[in-house]
Design a protein around this ligand. Sequence first.
Ligand SMILES: O=c1ccn([C@H]2C[C@H](O)[C@@H](COP(=O)(O)OP(=O)(O)OP(=O)(O)O)O2)c(=O)[nH]1
Ligand SMILES: [Mg+2]
Length: 159
Amino acid sequence: MPNLPTSSLPASSLPVDLCRLPHAADIPLPAYASDGAAGLDLCAANDTAIQLAPGERALVPTGFAIRLPSQYEAQIRPRSGLAAKYGVTVANAPGTIDSDYRGEIKIILINLGADAFIIERGMRIAQMVIAPVIQTVIREVDSLDSTTRNKAGFGSTGT
Ligand SMILES: O=c1ccn([C@H]2C[C@H](O)[C@@H](COP(=O)(O)OP(=O)(O)OP(=O)(O)O)O2)c(=O)[nH]1
Ligand SMILES: [Mg+2]
């Protein structure tokens, strides 16, 4: 496999339908910020600025709804810049957007920083990674096979 520069990578061929909601006429579409970006940046679509005091969280609208193909999910992840500079992150990261969800995508932002943070309309607040999902069939059984690890966990191999 040749070592291709990232700008030569083919565009994703997975189509995702997206509806812009009436209150988001001026909000940029979710977009990859670079050729090789994993996540589409999502912007805040709140009408008025939201002030997040330290420790507070808010459910922030994005102004968009999507239709994912079945067997896919969208993960809502924090932006590292907001986390590193302000301590602002996604409370439920990674948030899960189900393929059968048709409502507005919303982001649960939490301020873990020491200072208040203002969420302005149009600000890029999170990113959305589209990923394949395997749905399983759960089979209830009476016991499980034993392994070398067996029930050891939570640091059992040392630090
Ligand atoms: O960060 C998020 C997480 C979820 N959702 C939407 C899409 C998702 O498909 C739906 C349900 O999410 P989840 O399953 O995480 O929440 P729940 O508490 O289990 O709610 P429900 O009982 O509706 O499944 O809410 C968002 O818009 N943003
Ligand atoms: Mg759920």
